[in-house]
Design a binder for this molecule. Structure first.
Ligand code: SAH
Length: 498
């Protein structure tokens, strides 16, 4: 810790706050200083006997406080707690001497004058005081909490926008699995043993990460602690940090908000990220900061790394003990060659996991307002590739041109004209609605809608380029009504007038 004098010499500042603000990395004054308080067996007082007091009393009891509640009368549930001996009821009006010996006071009456009086008296005695919903009168405020004891997350907005804090809490609730408390206790029970086994900090971090974020953690959270202990002992005995693994992760169609929780968690653990052309930089930024990033992307006929080399690279990195994240646009098992990539891993005995992503057809459909199926227009949807193999588009045209279905073409921009002609030649009417959606779900999204006969020229005149999807079928007509996503002027919808 730097002494104040030293700080003054370093920064030439005068007040404590000035000092703090001139420290690198500290941007502004903290309105409230966050702490966690050990209240077990500590005398605490709640002033007030209504519903709000009840909520606060429950929390204090959960923390093991020795609780007194002062109020002429108690709400039924508080009275119940008092009769069970969980708390002590002082059936009286507030008086300052009730504060004597208290560690902490919560004020929850509906009388502002009383509330402020209690606050002033507590302040005078140096007792921590909170006036519910009145941060200005409070010495401390209570955060919104996510309780996975012993793991506890607290969120506060300085008392000014509690709704915001609560909404963040709701989001965190969904991010932190319910079994985390169990996992935290499990981890704590091995803390010393792990420290002794891995004196090196980095090795220890990697060990813990593989334990707390891998299949072992799932075992603990699922409640099979005996099996988890056994496995943990085995790993400790082997001194294995936990070997490498490959995570084949779908990054979704491009908008970072459409990533899955699982994908995000794995991105934040990866040692190496191998990514494709379709993975946007905003997405890549979500990977762990010191993860190595390797571009292995493929543009059609312009392979940065041949597939075989990618497969070998993944095997090699995983065998070095790295956690390899293979990040792919959309869903890895939809035109993503995911099956080929993991076949090599499976052969080589490298542990792997596949994380699904939102495929671009789903993304495009939702963001362009084109439902892929619809009771009236399409009872099925088919995903096909417009990519040529051996110079031709090899598709099952009789099946694709049947009515009452939607066909989504991936990788079809360069063959759009041939595709549309083939649809018509095989019997799907020239007036069948058809759309192209470029950069779906991103700020650059553009949609052009026409028919099988007009779409190719529309795409050409608007300069629609890869990545784009072609959607064929009556559902395209709904875009006119259902398109909602216009994030920028660029993300326009063009509907051809007949
Ligand atoms: N696995 C990916 C598809 C990879 S093939 C997925 O599930 O989406 C590459 C093709 O996907 C592109 O040629 C294009 O047709 C389509 N594509 C991917 N992202 C797209 C996007 N944001 N908008 C439109 N099409 C996209």
């Amino acid at each position: 810790m730097l002494e104040r004098i030293q700080l003054q010499r370093l920064y030439g500042a005068k007040t404590g706050l000035d000092l703090v603000q001139s420290l690198p990395g500290v941007e502004r004054e903290m309105e409230f200083f966050p702490i966690f308080l050990k209240l077990r067996q500590q005398p605490c007082l709640v002033v007030g006997g209504g519903e709000v007091a009840l909520r606060k009393a429950r929390l204090l009891l959960a923390a093991g406080a020795r609780l007194q509640v002062v109020a002429p009368e108690l709400a039924p549930e508080l009275a119940q707690l008092a009769s069970e001996g969980a708390l002590m009821h002082l059936a009286a009006r507030y008086a300052a001497e009730q504060l004597d010996g208290q560690r902490l006071v919560v004020v929850a009456t509906d009388d502002r004058v009383v509330n402020h009086q209690v606050a002033a008296d507590a302040e005078a005695r140096g007792i921590l005081v909170n006036v519910v919903d009145d941060p200005a009168a409070s010495r401390y405020i209570s955060p919104a909490i996510i309780d996975r004891s012993p793991l506890m997350v607290a969120v506060a907005s300085g008392g000014s926008v509690p709704v915001l804090a609560r909404s963040i809490r709701a989001r965190l609730e969904s991010l932190i699995p319910a079994g985390y408390g169990r996992l935290a206790r499990f981890g704590a029970s091995f803390r010393d043993a792990v420290k002794a086994r891995f004196p090196d900090v980095d090795a220890r971090r990697r060990f813990w990460e593989t334990v707390l974020e891998g299949p072992l953690a799932e075992t603990v959270m699922n409640g099979d602690e005996a099996a988890a202990r056994q496995e943990m002992e085995r790993r400790l005995a082997a001194g294995a940090e936990g070997g490498g693994a490959v995570y084949l992760v779908g990054a979704g169609p491009g908008n970072p908000d459409l990533l899955t929780f699982r994908a995000l968690r794995l991105m934040q653990q990866a040692d190496v990220v191998l990514y494709d052309k379709l993975v946007a930089p905003e997405l890549l930024n979500l990977a762990r900061r010191d993860a190595e990033r390797v571009y292995v992307g493929k543009a059609r006929a312009n392979h940065a790394l041949p597939q075989d080399d990618i497969n070998q690279l993944m095997v090699m990195l995983a065998k070095q003990g790295k956690r390899v994240l293979r990040l792919k646009g959309g869903d890895p098992f939809t035109f993503g060659r995911g099956g080929e990539e993991i076949a090599t891993l499976a052969e080589q005995g490298v542990p792997f996991e596949v994380v699904p992503g939102i495929t671009s057809a789903s993304g495009a459909a939702a963001y362009a307002g084109i439902p892929l199926t619809h009771r009236d227009y399409a009872q099925s949807v088919t995903f096909v590739t417009g990519h040529k193999q051996d110079g031709t588009i090899q598709l099952d045209w009789p099946a694709l041109t049947r009515p009452q279905q939607t066909v989504v073409v991936y990788m079809g921009v360069s063959t759009a004209a041939e595709l549309c002609q083939a649809f018509i030649a095989h019997g799907r009417g020239a007036q069948t609605p058809a759309a192209a959606v470029e950069w779906a779900t991103t700020e650059r999204q553009r949609t052009v809608c026409g028919t099988l006969s007009t779409l190719p020229s529309l795409m050409a005149s608007h300069g629609i380029a890869s990545p784009a999807l072609i959607i064929v079928g009556e559902v395209v007509e709904l875009a006119d009504k259902l398109a909602w996503y216009r994030r920028s002027e660029n993300s326009a919808v063009t509907i051809q007038e007949d």
